[in-house]
Design a protein around this ligand. Structure first.
Ligand SMILES: Nc1ncnc2c1ncn2[C@@H]1O[C@H](COP(=O)(O)OP(=O)(O)O)[C@@H](O)[C@H]1O
Ligand SMILES: CSC[C@H]1O[C@H](OP(=O)(O)O)[C@H](O)[C@@H]1O
Length: 394
């Protein structure tokens, strides 16, 4: 699609979003278009444009110069739109079945024009409504194996990988994660919020020196280990799903970091359903096992067939690498469980539980499981041991 490059940034209105869509020739010239801003995330505007006569739709996502959830008092770089668009293009080449098609980007306007996925539902919403999406864990396991292997030194080669590390330097968005996931939940920070009834549980967590030490180790890994290109915010609100399709959106937090971070966020966000969705508990346990088993098998296949590091292509080094990813993913999952319970950005899985007693009981479980995964991750040596720990807490 072609379009005149913009010279200055301005937030789009619905009318201007329609003009932009028409100028891209995505719709026919005389199409009657309607547009609605549908963004429900913490950071950006999302415009949904549809052809009233046809069935075609288009999505225009635009970054705001601040974090939408807080307002203009929290300025945020517009460069994140380019990072997100570049990450969608990169992941789209590596795992095309699981990423929306990108039609157009403009770095000045901070917009990404992409495939309309409205025929699918955000997985978190679907889960809360009782869906279980039988293929989602197989799809996410494949997505993780392909994106994490092909962006690593082993899949890409060290020189090309260093170019990519440079392209995806993302300090402002990383700082959000460093603060909200690895720092603020572990002291009495202004960004935290939780029910009064959780105060004694949270105070116990703040006084847990061993927990803080282990979180420091995980934070150091996040700060320093440029293993793979991460999505960086792979929760179930970043996944569209149906019973047959899965698409991963919203990688504006993408950067080179430890592989276990993306895997751990997937584990944690499935664990919320294991904890709250008593009716479908076993299905979500099975999803967690499937994510790991599919990831491990596909990663092993790619390691053995596409490895660019001749000396690394041994069973011993592969086992070491997978064991490290698994251990890290448990620790990062623990951090995600804790921060989504008491930190700035909660999850609807927990907050939508109307009965306070039931909600607090669920939140105590996420805090308890989070602490165990962080502190005992070295001893939980395989998926079976992981599931046993989860069941102990339930
Ligand atoms: N490609 C798409 N197709 C349809 N709806 C979309 C698409 N991308 C985003 N959305 C809608 O916009 C919402 C916010 O998008 P998201 O990328 O998560 O924004 P944010 O970066 O602000 O979190 C999603 O929850 C979804 O409802
Ligand atoms: C102030 S950003 C808080 C939180 O929001 C992001 O999620 P999303 O863009 O999917 O709404 C990310 O998880 C950040 O940690």
């Amino acid at each position: 699609m072609s379009h005149l490059k913009q010279t200055h940034y301005a937030p789009l209105t619905e009318a201007v979003a329609i003009e932009l869509a028409l100028s891209l020739n995505f719709f026919t010239e005389n199409a009657v278009l309607s547009c609605k801003e549908i963004g429900d995330g913490n950071l950006n505007l999302v415009f949904h444009i549809v052809d009233e006569q046809g069935s075609k739709g288009l999505i225009i996502k635009q970054a705001l110069p601040y974090a939408k959830v807080v307002g203009e008092s929290w300025p945020l770089t517009l460069k994140r739109a380019k990072i997100e668009a570049d990450a969608l293009k990169t992941f789209g080449q590596l795992a095309p079945d699981y990423v929306p098609t990108i039609y157009f980007t403009d770095d000045v306007l901070a917009v990404t024009v992409m495939e309309d996925l409205s025929h699918l539902l955000i997985a978190r919403t679907g889960f809360i409504n009782g869906e279980t999406y039988p293929l989602i864990s197989k799809h996410l396991g494949e997505y993780l194996a392909k994106t994490l292997f092909y962006t690593s030194d082993y899949g890409l080669g060290p020189s090309a990988k260093k170019e990519q590390v440079q392209m995806f330097i993302n300090p402002e968005l990383c700082k959000i994660t460093e603060d909200l996931i690895f720092t603020d939940p572990y002291f009495d920070a202004d960004t935290n919020y939780f029910e009064d009834g959780l105060l004694s549980d949270v105070e116990a967590l703040w006084q847990d020196d061993e927990l803080r030490f282990q979180v420091n180790l995980l934070k150091r890994s996040f700060l320093t280990e440029a293993e793979v290109l991460l999505h960086g915010d792979l929760h179930t609100g970043s996944v569209f799903a149906s019973n047959s399709e899965t698409k991963v959106i919203d990688p504006e937090f993408a950067f080179y970091g430890p592989a276990g971070f993306d895997i751990g966020q997937v584990f944690a966000n499935l664990l919320f359903q294991v904890i709250v969705n008593t009716k479908n508990q076993e299905r979500f346990v099975h999803h967690i096992e499937t994510v790991w088993n599919v990831f491990k098998d596909e990663f092993t296949h790619l390691w053995n067939t596409e490895n660019k590091e001749i000396l690394a292509k041994t069973d011993k080094f592969l086992s070491y690498t997978l064991a490290k990813f698994f251990e890290d993913s448990l620790g990062f999952a623990g951090c995600e469980l804790i921060r989504r319970t008491i930190g700035l950005a909660h999850v609807t899985d927990l907050d939508s539980i109307e009965d306070e007693k039931t909600r607090l009981a669920a939140k105590r479980k996420t805090l308890e499981l989070g602490k165990i995964l962080i502190k005992q991750r070295k001893e939980i040596i395989n998926c079976a041991a992981f599931i046993s720990k989860v069941k102990e807490v339930l």
